[in-house]
Design a protein around this ligand. Structure first.
Ligand SMILES: NC(=O)c1ccc[n+]([C@@H]2O[C@H](COP(=O)([O-])OP(=O)(O)OC[C@H]3O[C@@H](n4cnc5c(N)ncnc54)[C@H](OP(=O)(O)O)[C@@H]3O)[C@@H](O)[C@H]2O)c1
Length: 367
């Protein structure tokens, strides 16, 4: 007998990230959409009428007539994927988690709460230990997990094996971020065409002080001890549709050779890949040897699960720090919807959805 799929809902289903959720959930082996939600502007409308679908391919036909509704506790949904703006996410995600639902969020509202995991399955799966603490402290039967912002996701994915092997002391990063990172309709064409906007609200603070240190921090059984390194970030919006490119310089506790750095990336096979989670790309990281790669248009969909791999290139010695290189990743796939989706798959694999769901994992591992 087939194990029934896990019912999921999408919050913010009409937006840039919400549409990615809908696209990535189509045909998912473990999850099926049972609710689509958006703001008051869209509630009560058909998804096809309220959503200006702007992804390649058509909106899934079976969802066109689904009526957008308000997300409320008690709905027939086990996991809510949240693509809400941060101010709307704060209360709504809490309300749903208190009501027994699992919330996998892209929003920044709860990323920095002491008892909420900020998660990249390849990097810090042990931070799931915060879930018990969150539930005990807040008296919730559900819980919230979050994924980092889109530029931090790819930066930290590339840094993780290097931090483990050599210890990061400080790093300098300049981002070149795609327009889809600002949502839909996002940055006006008059502002971005023939231009670069050297400011993205709150992005540098997230990258410098909050997210990399939490992601690479140690879970001590009660809380996460922040990793101890300094980040300097310059964040820029560039006229690229999808894919954030980041120029990174790093100083380590122990200076590795360039070959040791390359080898750390090549040999990287973290838990999500070992578990063969459906959205885990094989490999997690790709290093390109060409002088002029990675490039957003050519490399943003690299990997066995398109858009889920972080692509690295141009490793060289750095006259100021120890090493410098380029990192590229898709912002609305791995940097947003795909990141949450992989978090949810890890939750299933780690038993947070109960025994019945475990059968789904066994099937994936045999595939
Ligand atoms: N874009 C990226 O690359 C990216 C990457 C990582 C994280 N994020 C985060 O993901 C979240 C969504 O970003 P986005 O780019 O998809 O934004 P977006 O395109 O502006 O979409 C926002 C969505 O939220 C809904 N919404 C707005 N206000 C609401 C409210 N008060 N109550 C319920 N629903 C509401 C909108 O519905 P209506 O259509 O009805 O207005 C729409 O579906 C944000 O927190 C963002 O910071 C985005």
């Amino acid at each position: 007998m087939n194990t029934p799929k896990i019912k999921v809902g999408v919050l913010g289903a009409t937006g840039a990230v919400g549409q990615r959720f809908v696209q990535m959930l189509q045909g998912h082996p473990w999850f099926e959409i049972s609710a689509l939600c958006a703001s008051e502007r869209s509630m009560g409308k058909r998804y096809a009428d309220a959503c200006n679908w702007n992804l390649r391919g058509d909106m899934p036909a079976h969802l066109r007539d689904v009526i957008l509704e308000e997300a409320v506790p008690g709905m027939d949904v086990q996991i809510f994927f949240s693509a809400l703006p941060s101010d709307a996410a704060r209360e709504k995600e809490q309300e749903l988690a208190a009501g027994g639902h699992i919330v996998c969020s892209n929003a920044s509202a709860h990323r920095y709460d002491d008892d909420v995991p900020l998660l990249i399955p390849e990097v810090n799966p042990e931070h799931l230990g915060l879930i018990d603490i969150q539930q005990q402290r807040r008296g919730w039967s559900g819980f919230i997990t979050t994924n980092p912002n889109c530029s931090t996701t790819h930066l930290v994915s590339a840094l993780h094996p290097l931090h483990t092997a050599f210890g990061i002391r400080k790093l300098f990063v300049v981002t070149m971020q795609a327009v889809s990172g600002a949502g839909y309709p996002g940055v006006s064409s008059m502002d971005i065409l023939d231009n670069i906007v050297p400011y993205i609200g709150k992005e540098e603070e997230k990258m410098e002080k909050r997210e990399p240190q939490k992601l690479l921090g140690q879970f001590n059984g009660h809380s996460v001890e922040m990793a101890d390194f300094v980040v300097s970030a310059h964040c820029n919006r560039v006229p690229v549709r999808n894919g954030h490119l980041e120029a990174v310089s790093v100083e380590f506790d122990r200076a590795p050779s360039l070959n040791e750095i390359r080898e750390a990336w090549h040999s990287y096979k973290p838990l999500a890949q070992q578990l063969n989670l459906p959205s885990a790309p094989q490999p997690a990281l790709i290093y390109r040897e060409e002088q002029d790669r990675p490039q957003p248009r050519l490399d943003r969909l690299a990997g066995s699960v398109p858009g889920m791999t972080t692509v690295i290139g141009r490793l060289r010695e750095d006259p100021l720090f120890h090493a410098k290189f380029l990192v590229l990743g898709h912002n609305t796939i791995r940097g947003a919807a795909g990141g949450s989706l992989l978090n949810a798959e890890l939750l299933v694999a780690r038993g947070y959805l109960g025994a019945e769901a475990a059968a789904l994992v066994g099937a994936a591992q045999m595939a």
